[in-house]
Ligand binder design. Structure first.
Ligand SMILES: *[C@@H]1O[C@H](CO)[C@@H](O)[C@H](O)[C@H]1NC(C)=O
Length: 443
């Protein structure tokens, strides 16, 4: 049989034919080995010290010239087996006749889309993710003709966020999220609902927003049992889930709120950088980081689902039938979405989309293409790959351009930190929010 191409293989890949060569015999009898006198009194501690010093030098040398990529995580095999490997069944939320009349499946699940949010591969190299974000147009025909200016509050795109009153006082640092919202989103067609677990209406900052934006800002207190009514979690003891980092209850609140009202979820520890409406043809969660951690690829810090989305209906079923979330875990903030995604595939249902990491969380990548630390001075080591304006950052990628292309910067809580004076966050984001708000007559 002829094997075209075989000859073109480089020689070293052709396996050796014939019997293994025998090892050459020793030519002479070995002499008995005698330890010289000088070695007998050798100082082994000294040798050890020399070896350690050489190893340390080698490690330093390696880390200086090479980029180490090390991440070791230990997962219990029992956990992998029960939580990852066993893909459960969907509960039938996508079945004919079970989709809510308020959810337009022919449009949301099967309708044509103008904007593509999947690049087709992970974008870890250079500025690829930011460049891909720049392919998303500033507006689409869908959001150009969605009713014209000054829609009634209920007809607007709903944006939801959540503040836990027992976590910290809502103050200036938190207000930046609101400023970013009103500086970047369309006031006439959107509304931000600030959910909380206690009354915030007496907070002077929030009261001023409610006064300034009667149609596009509102505060509401969550009533979890009410929001869960009619879902698979209705009456479940899981609704009392709570932990001190506001993780699991925040993860629950977002799903319930979007199920009831539809719209976009934005974590409070985010700064928006762009109008999100061109993304809203799709239902989506976000990519956890650029590494695509195999058991933790998805994140709900920014997400979008329509009211009564069957995706969320399935999510509630998974929550109701799985083990309770562990305290301060991402069981409902990451694992749940992965389970849901895999069940959808298992049932041959097109899954929701996953926004690339940099769209909302560009801090979660390699040192040379993640956003510099927002709380670090510009001369900090992390910022050295970026070029921004005359002052501050130099070399490497264009930070300003990157921030204009992506949609949000996720700050990962860090509520105790302030943005450094003259740092990139102040120059490229906060100052521009103020300018935009002044232009809009909001200040
Ligand atoms: C659902 O979406 C389709 C396609 O966009 C549209 O033609 C239809 O009118 C919508 N149905 C309802 C009930 O809104």
């Amino acid at each position: 049989m002829s094997r075209p191409g075989y000859e073109r293989l480089p020689m070293h890949t052709v396996p050796e034919q014939g019997p293994p060569r025998s090892r050459s015999r020793s030519r002479s009898r070995p002499q008995p080995f005698r330890i010289p006198m000088t070695l007998r009194s050798f100082d082994f501690t000294r040798l050890l010290k020399v070896i350690l010093a050489i190893s340390a030098a080698a490690i330093l040398y390696t880390f200086y010239f090479y980029e180490p990529h090390i991440e070791i995580t230990f997962y219990s095999r029992k956990w992998i087996n029960s939580e990852i490997e066993s893909v459960g069944q969907l509960a039938g939320c996508f079945d004919e006749g079970r989709i809510s009349a308020e959810y337009n499946a022919s449009r949301y699940l099967k309708g044509p889309k103008e904007v593509e949010v999947h690049a087709g591969m992970g974008m870890r190299l250079g500025m690829d993710c930011y460049e891909f974000a720049a392919t998303i147009p500033l507006s689409t025909s869908a959001n150009m003709d969605n009713g014209g200016p000054h829609l009634a509050p209920d007809e607007r795109t709903q944006y939801h966020t959540y503040w836990r009153v027992d976590l910290a006082t809502f103050s200036e640092r938190q207000e930046w999220m609101l400023k970013s919202f009103f500086a970047t989103q369309d006031h006439a067609t959107s509304r931000l609902i600030m959910w909380s677990n206690g009354d915030l209406s007496t907070n002077s900052i929030l009261a001023s927003y409610a006064h300034m934006h009667p149609n596009s800002f509102e505060m509401r207190v969550v009533n979890i049992p009410d929001l869960a009514s009619g879902t698979a979690l209705d009456g479940s003891p899981l609704l009392k889930t709570n932990d001190k980092k506001a993780w699991t209850d925040g993860d629950l609140v977002r799903l319930l709120v979007i199920w009831n009202y539809g719209g976009v979820w934005i974590d409070m520890d985010s700064l928006l950088t762009r109008d999100l409406s061109p993304l809203l043809e799709h239902e989506f969660v976000t990519q956890w980081d650029c590494y695509d951690k195999i058991y933790q690829p998805l994140n709900g810090a920014l997400m979008h689902f329509h009211k009564h989305s069957p995706y969320l209906c399935e999510a509630f079923n998974i929550m109701a039938t799985s083990a309770a979330p562990r305290a301060d875990s991402t069981d409902w903030g990451a694992l749940l979405y992965l389970k849901l995604w895999r069940r959808l595939l298992g049932a041959h249902i097109p899954p929701f989309k996953v926004l690339p990491f940099c769209f909302s969380d560009a801090r979660s990548c390699r040192l040379d293409n993640r956003l510099p630390d927002p709380f670090d001075e510009d001369d900090g080591s992390e910022a050295r790959w970026w070029r921004a304006t005359k002052d501050g950052l130099q070399e490497g990628g264009d930070l300003d351009g990157a921030l204009r292309s992506v949609f949000a910067v996720h700050l990962h809580n860090q509520w105790d930190k302030t943005f450094p004076k003259g740092g990139w966050v102040e120059r490229l984001l906060l100052k521009r929010y103020e300018e935009k708000l002044a232009e809009r007559g909001d200040l």
